[in-house]
Write a protein that binds this ligand. Structure first.
Ligand code: FAD
Length: 274
């Protein structure tokens, strides 16, 4: 069975939340396994993430909060884990997170995602299904691809059940990553994280920040469309659909969409696939 999940970020206003819940209702018709909600490192969206998770969970389909460990104390994390347990949450996306530059990792009680996974297991046993992040094109701060793979394996050994990748536009990077970690003994599902293409400048900005490569031929074609948003969307839909088809045909167990809180772009791709 092909799994489907959607990612949201926490909204800032009541109006934004109402819109997001309408998006959630549209997407819920496709029976996703869960909706995940991001968390600002250092607890910067703690209350907003919690509020969205609660609102989603109360409407039936499971919500999976992201939780990052840099900048949060163990006590903060313990408290949040208990609050999520009380809410009936049973899945968490466990991350290191990125603090704003200058704040550093030195003061963090937990510094890497494998330590967070260990902490959650020690505190809550097997209560939560734990997702971790994977980087088919290498984490931007990793000192080498080899080291990054070893660090990924650490998270799995610490007790992760499943992984979601950073987005990419090159299916071979996913297959290569999966082959390498399988050879290192990892057998958990690795779900491709998929970013629909709708707006070139935003995508270029995000990609620079997170180290995801936009292949030159895609970049050049998107640039050539300029302000023609209809052509950008059509081209984006075709490119992303083709890649997802290759991923699923090649054994990817499902798709996790980075929705950016919009339903349509993800759904256009998903409807082409099913
Ligand atoms: P880690 O797995 O800890 O890796 C971070 C870096 O440290 C890597 O370079 C790795 O090679 C290295 N490393 C790992 N373990 C060790 C170790 N034990 N010793 C030495 N080096 C090590 N960010 C947010 O702030 N909020 C979110 O909600 C959020 N959601 C995300 C969801 C997904 C699916 C993905 C792919 C990313 C998300 N991010 C989010 C971004 C993520 O927090 C950053 O990419 C962060 O820099 C790394 O997080 P990680 O959990 O992958 O870290």
């Amino acid at each position: 069975m092909t799994t489907l999940s959607f990612e949201f970020f926490p909204t800032k206003s009541e109006e934004g939340t109402d819109k997001l819940l309408a998006v959630r209702d549209t997407l819920a018709e496709y029976n996703p396994e869960f909706f995940s909600v991001t968390y600002g490192a250092g607890g910067s969206t703690r209350d907003r993430t919690y509020a969205i998770v609660k609102a989603i969970q109360e409407r039936g389909i499971p919500a999976a909060p992201h939780l990052s460990c840099v900048g949060d104390s163990k006590e903060d994390l313990r408290q949040l884990l208990n609050e999520y347990k009380d809410l009936g949450i049973d899945r968490i996306v466990a991350l290191r997170g990125d603090l704003p530059s200058g704040s550093g990792l030195a003061n963090s009680e937990l510094r890497y995602a494998n330590e967070l996974v260990e902490f959650i297991r020690a505190e809550t046993g097997d209560h939560f299904t734990l997702e971790v992040a994977a980087y088919p094109e290498m984490h931007p701060q990793a000192t080498s691809f080899e080291k990054d793979l070893q660090n990924f394996v650490r998270k799995v050994k610490a007790g992760a059940d499943s992984a979601i990748t950073q987005y990419f536009f090159n299916a071979d990077s996913y297959f290569h990553f999966v082959d390498r970690v399988r050879a290192m003994g990892v057998d958990i599902p690795i779900i491709p994280g998929i970013m629909p293409i709708t707006n070139y400048s935003k995508l270029a900005r995000f990609s620079d920040a997170c180290g995801a490569e936009i292949p030159r031929w895609i970049r050049k074609q998107l640039e050539a469309y300029g302000d023609d948003s209809q052509s950008i969307q059509q081209f984006g839909e075709d490119v992303v659909t083709d890649m997802c088809r290759r991923l699923l045909d090649g054994g990817a167990p499902g798709i996790h969409f980075y929705t950016l809180n919009q339903a349509e772009a993800s759904l256009r791709v998903w409807r082409n696939l099913v």
